[in-house]
Design a binder for this molecule. Structure first.
Ligand code: PLP
Length: 436
């Protein structure tokens, strides 16, 4: 009998957290690392929200609370969803979770049986693929391409939907691409779902970046379209838009109260409840007009940085970068850089001698940038491994100050010319340890 249950071998991970060890090693050696890998805003949670949480603690509201979430917070979420999506929601259909990550696993566990098919965006948030595999479902990645700004249409989805499809995952604005689905694209997807999917097929709409949109765009949700509220799990939270990643405030709106009761039951089984004093601040984030000012300030900063970095990256020989419409990432195609540096030959060479089986060209470039130039980024394969072959992209987070962004791009420019340095890196101690 094995020590570790077999199912654990199917659980994936989020490399953004794993890369921390590599970065620490570089920092311990005295390197200055620019953290383009981060998925967290470089802004603090707003003072008016911090005060609400402190006051609630001082008033003694520090015990267990309703596992579905305190009613004032669930009411504030329901009002927010009605205001922003035009969907009527009662608090009984809202469940508060510790961040927007848990509802992904809750959804896979609640709706998907072994052998069911799950369609999800690729590149996409890696936790989708992790849970799809963990529950024994069949992964059906919907491949997104940069020449279409990482969006897709009902026709793309239609090619993947079958009788066995049980769940379709959407994420707009998207991590890692910054792609956004338009109202028209969502209308087409909704029409396809109404026409082709049984009523028990669910849409998981990950809207965690709902506040972070550029060029005057407004957030659009699949749930705003006819027939969709009764099929859609809307998930979002405070991590990104309110710069509150460490607070662990997330939520899901379920199609029915019965389904919400299951999410509540999972909360009970795993963590009982989200701390009530944090939820009070969570409600204030939606209700206090001061929040909108803070969100605007942050989104304007992201937009300025985007406007600077995209042309700068497009100047790097071999790099091609689309302009993201939302979130706080850029996702350039680096295949030309890999070509110039000899990454493809190096990758082939190490595979031939049985080294670095899971290493991809973009992954080698990622490690070269980190270990030799002090630039931390995320490679394409970190956002869904299935079907990622032949796609060489890096995700760079613009949740960094302009000075760091400028210094980081200068380093990328230098690295992209350093074929000699790359060749030496692959064969030296670091390279052998990383790709051995
Ligand atoms: N969904 C997407 C698309 C994300 O990018 C993230 C975080 O990076 C999450 C969910 C998880 O958010 P949270 O930190 O609130 O759990």
């Amino acid at each position: 009998m094995p020590l570790i249950a077999r199912r654990m071998s199917h659980l994936g991970t989020e490399n953004a957290f794993k890369l921390g060890d590599d970065i620490r090693r570089c920092v311990d050696r005295g390197m200055d690392v620019i953290r383009f890998n981060l998925g967290a805003p470089d802004f603090r949670s707003a003072p008016h929200l911090n005060r609400v949480a402190s006051a609630a603690l001082d008033a003694g509201r520090s015990g267990y609370c309703d596992p579905a979430g305190i009613l004032p917070f669930r009411q504030a979420i329901a009002d927010h969803v009605r205001r922003t999506r035009g969907v009527d929601v009662t608090p009984e259909r809202v469940v508060v979770t510790p961040g927007a990550k848990p509802p992904i696993g809750y959804t896979l566990q609640t709706y998907v049986d072994e052998g069911d098919e799950v369609v999800y965006p690729s590149p996409g948030f890696p936790i989708y693929e992790s849970w799809v595999r963990f529950v024994g479902a069949v992964p059906v990645p919907l491949s997104l391409s940069d020449d279409r700004d990482f969006a897709f249409t009902a026709d793309d989805l239609a090619a993947l939907v079958t009788e066995r499809t049980k769940l379709i995952i959407l994420c707009s604005p998207s991590n890692p691409t910054g792609g956004v689905l338009s109202r028209e694209e969502l209308a087409g997807i909704a029409e396809l779902v109404r026409a082709r999917c049984r009523p028990d097929v669910r849409i998981y709409s990950d809207e965690i970046y709902e506040q972070i949109l550029f060029d005057g765009l407004e957030h659009e949700s699949i749930a705003s379209h006819p027939g969709m509220p009764e099929r859609t799990v809307i998930a979002s939270g405070h991590s990104k838009g309110f710069a509150m990643t460490g607070w662990r405030l997330g939520w899901a709106v379920l199609p029915t109260e019965e389904e919400a009761a299951i999410f509540k039951q999972i909360n009970i089984n795993i963590m009982s409840c989200v701390p009530p004093f944090l939820q009070e601040a969570g409600a204030a984030a939606y209700e206090d007009p001061a929040s909108a000012v803070e969100v605007r300030r942050m989104v304007d900063a992201f937009e300025k940085r985007r406007n600077w970095i995209v042309p700068a990256l497009n100047e790097v020989p071999g790099m091609r970068c689309r302009t993201p419409k939302g979130a706080f990432y850029v996702f350039p195609d680096v295949s030309g850089v890999c070509e110039r540096l000899g990454v493809y030959e190096a990758c082939e060479r190490i595979h031939k001698v049985g080294r670095g089986r899971r290493t991809t060209p973009a992954g080698m470039l990622q490690m070269f940038l980190l270990h030799r130039y002090g630039v931390a980024s995320m490679d394409r394969a970190s956002f869904g491994r299935i079907g990622a072959g032949g796609q060489d992209f890096l995700r760079l987070s613009i949740a960094n100050g302009m000075d760091d962004i400028r210094r980081g791009v200068d380093r990328i420019v230098a690295a992209a010319k350093d074929a000699q340095g790359f060749a030496e890196f692959v064969e030296d101690e670091d390279g052998r340890a990383l790709f051995g």
